[in-house]
Unconditional design. Structure first.
Length: 183
């Protein structure tokens, strides 16, 4: 964890609203992406991401620096909220209608194809372990370097590379299975 982040957290712990806002702006996109690629539902991901930051504000005073970025703590909160969400609602999710399609904007065939591809990717990602999902989303969606993923997940860079290799192989198999299921 950088000294800048430590200082920001200390300011947030004493109730400085601007520090909380900076933490939110820095980490909300990563938390939303993490949740979206597990849920496949933008509205639900937005709701849970908002809840992550409500919990951050409520619990920031109890946060203790363990040498890892605060994002690792936020991922833990998100994972716990996701588990609660699945317990309450089950894993089956309906894909919402694409707002652009409903509004008559864009090419309906292209929008539908994109939506089906996204749905297939989300289903394939659900077949991976949680750590594999984190590595895939962190490396390829959020474009985080191996060193940063290692810090966030508390692993070595070598372990991240190995996890990434296994996760990509598992994702490829899951996509092939999803494709054959659709055919």
């Amino acid at each position: 964890m950088s000294d800048d982040e430590r200082g920001l957290i200390k300011r947030a712990q004493v109730g400085e609203r601007s520090a909380l806002g900076v933490l939110y702006r820095q980490h909300q996109p990563a938390i939303f992406t993490y949740l979206y690629y597990r849920l496949g539902d933008q509205a639900a991901a937005e709701d849970l991401a908002a809840e992550v930051f409500v919990r951050m504000v409520e619990q920031i005073e109890r946060y203790r620096d363990q040498g890892r970025p605060i994002l690792a703590w936020l991922y833990t909160i998100a994972r716990n909220l996701l588990t609660d969400h699945y317990r309450r609602n089950g894993r089956a999710q309906l894909m919402p209608l694409d707002e652009q399609l409903v509004a008559g904007l864009g090419n309906p065939v292209a929008l539908t194809d994109r939506r089906l591809d996204e749905a297939m990717l989300v289903r394939a990602l659900r077949r991976l372990t949680d750590i594999q999902k984190q590595v895939i989303v962190g490396r390829f969606v959020e474009e985080r370097p191996n060193a940063e993923m290692a810090t966030i997940l508390g692993k070595t860079e070598g372990a991240i590379k190995s996890l990434q290799h296994r996760a990509l192989a598992a994702l490829r198999r899951a996509i092939e299975e999803e494709s054959s299921d659709e055919a």
